[in-house]
Design a protein around this ligand. Structure first.
Ligand SMILES: [Fe+2]
Ligand SMILES: [Fe+2]
Length: 285
């Protein structure tokens, strides 16, 4: 991204949102090798909403633990520090961005379904590839288009123009963003990652999910999100804000080493899991 454009984002989105204090504290604890499960549990249990949410998530079919987990320490031991941080981060991000305006809310719900579709897609592709940290892929999928939500909330008039232009010229949002704003949602995602001290891998995924060939040592993870984004659109899970399906990046595809005939079972699995999980993450019961 050209320096001129970075300045433009900062000028226009003058106050990028900050994470809630508890989540920042949790991120700090997770980054510190000296923290114990007890330290982490005490920060989480100070916040009743986070505590309830976390227990609901770990007891959902998504994780499939056979016994009921009734304490936060138990949840931390079973899931691990990183997974806990990621879960709390994701739910907080979506809370923070939930809009008060009805029109925006409808678009946001469609975005949310798209993000969830991409998250599940990434998790399913990851398990076919025997990728170790599929939960990390899930979070990356949920957050991959977070820049669009920021644009919608902070630059609502410009974002309406972006959506209208994408529709008129039948292009991807990212093309229209470049024309209207001079920067794109991956650029905004990168800035947010810096501001929130997110892990480098996640930052790379947000920045390069439309150009996985540029993701360097994270090319594989970024390509998984890139493919999951395409599949979520192909099977109509929510909407990414435009009606186009991005072309599959050849280098990204090669880096995955996936067989073409695996795509069909992957898609079926995504559809099945999408039905199962939607209520868990959105809290609709
Ligand atoms: Fe995107
Ligand atoms: Fe997307």
């Amino acid at each position: 991204m050209a320096p001129r454009n970075i300045k433009r984002i900062i000028d226009q989105i003058d106050d990028l949102p900050t994470l809630p204090r508890t989540v920042l504290k949790i991120t700090e604890l997770v980054n510190n090798p000296k923290s114990s499960a007890r330290d982490l549990a005490s920060v989480i249990t100070d916040d009743q909403v986070l505590t309830a949410r976390l227990l609901k998530l770990v007891n959902s079919s998504f994780y499939g633990f056979p016994q009921k987990i009734s304490t936060i320490t138990g949840a931390i031991v079973l899931l691990g520090f990183d997974a806990i941080r990621n879960l709390l981060l994701t739910t907080s991000v979506f809370d923070m961005f939930s809009s008060r305006y009805k029109d925006q809310r409808i678009i946001q719900e469609r975005f949310w379904d798209h993000s969830l579709g991409c998250a599940i897609g990434a998790k399913v592709i990851g398990s076919y590839l025997r990728y170790e940290k599929v939960e990390e892929l899930f979070v990356s999928g949920l957050l991959h288009d977070i820049g669009k939500i920021v644009e919608m909330l902070f630059l609502p008039d410009d974002f309406i123009k972006v959506m209208a232009l994408a529709k008129r010229q039948n292009s991807l949002i990212i093309v229209a963003e470049n024309e209207v704003l001079g920067f794109t949602h991956p650029d905004v995602g990168k800035l947010l990652s810096e501001k929130w001290n997110l892990p480098l891998k996640l930052m790379n995924i947000l920045e390069y999910h439309h150009q996985p060939e540029l993701a360097g040592r994270f090319v594989r993870e970024t390509s998984i999100i890139h493919l999951a984004d395409i599949l979520a659109r192909a099977i109509d899970l929510g909407s990414g804000g435009d009606n186009k399906i991005p072309a599959l990046n050849p280098e990204g595809w090669t880096s995955l080493n996936l067989k073409l005939n695996m795509l069909e079972p992957i898609v079926h699995e995504i559809e099945r899991e999408f039905q199962d999980i939607n209520w868990v993450v959105t809290g609709k019961m």
